[in-house]
Design a protein around this ligand. Structure first.
Ligand code: GLN
Length: 278
């Protein structure tokens, strides 16, 4: 089969599962023939041999089964870094760049701050912040050994020695320490939310957080105050329908200057709060 015909057929099939079927088809084919995308446009008449067609069919089946492109490719771009990902890590979402952006607005360029990333997953947020603020020391925590193994490889490949990775539940591995800023993209999906049906390939522990989706955020609101310096800042990503509930939780635990920010789609997705005088 010719390359252009293979793409057309794959695009048609992928349109059932993907919002970008043609792009997915092209990327999967490039990976199969180990060529850049430009090759597809320059050589549409190239013939796929049987073995290659079979290998293309196999990756196509994975995608048709709902597996995210990032797991099939093994990488995902976030904040201009090419990160390794695996089914042990959530696939970094473009919306989460808002969390990084807001954190960077808080951290002065020359600051030598202690930064904490709770539930780091692939390490995406920690690596983005550490890269933009080289004088800061970033501590990144995750409860999943599988995720930490991926984060460790990403840190080794992409960071410049200012990230420490720790294993444990939320603030447990850093009790008694003091940070200037804490960021988290915790699980926040309601455990009965239908969106989980479309996210079955990703780790449930990184997505679902109890009946109201707020179990993890409740822990953060309660625990983070004790490890923040005076005037320290907490930034939490959450669902678009959660800003009021998140603000209420934070207020209950004495946080001040609570402010929610919209993502590029105009949805309220990251709440910033401050630790008042202790
Ligand atoms: N934004 C993700 C989704 O609903 C959820 C990520 C998370 O729970 N941290 O696809």
């Amino acid at each position: 089969m010719r390359l252009d015909a293979a793409i057309a057929e794959a695009t048609e099939r992928l349109s059932q599962v993907s919002e970008s079927p043609r792009l997915d088809a092209e990327i999967l084919l490039c990976r199969t023939i180990d060529m850049p995308r430009s090759y597809l446009f320059a050589h549409p008449e190239d013939e796929l041999d049987d073995l290659t067609a079979e290998r293309f069919g196999a990756v196509l089946e994975r995608r048709l089964g709902g597996e995210p492109m990032a797991y099939i490719m093994g990488t995902r771009e976030f904040w201009s870094h090419e990160l390794l990902v695996s089914p042990a890590t959530l696939v970094p979402r473009p919306e989460t760049e808002l969390l990084v952006d807001l954190a960077l607005r808080e951290i002065p360029r020359k600051a030598e701050w202690q930064v904490l990333d709770l539930g780091t997953g692939s390490g995406a947020i920690a690596i983005a912040i550490a890269g933009e603020r080289r004088l800061c020391r970033v501590t990144a925590v995750d409860i999943s050994e599988g995720a930490l193994a991926i984060a460790r490889e990403n840190v080794r490949a992409l960071a410049r020695g200012n990230i420490d990775l720790l294993h444990g539940s939320w603030t447990a591995p850093v009790r008694g320490r003091e940070f200037n800023i804490i960021v988290a993209n915790p699980p926040y999906v309601r455990s009965d939310d239908e969106v989980l049906l479309n996210l079955q390939h990703e780790p449930l522990t990184a997505l679902a957080a109890g009946r109201d989706g707020l179990d993890a955020i409740r822990v953060l609101a309660a625990e983070c105050g004790a490890i923040l310096a005076n005037n320290g800042v907490l930034l939490i990503e959450h669902g678009a329908e959660q800003p009021a509930a998140v603000a209420e939780l934070l207020q209950k635990h004495g946080w001040t200057d609570i402010c929610c920010h919209n993502d590029l789609a105009g949805l309220p997705r990251v709440t910033v709060a401050r630790r008042g005088g202790k």
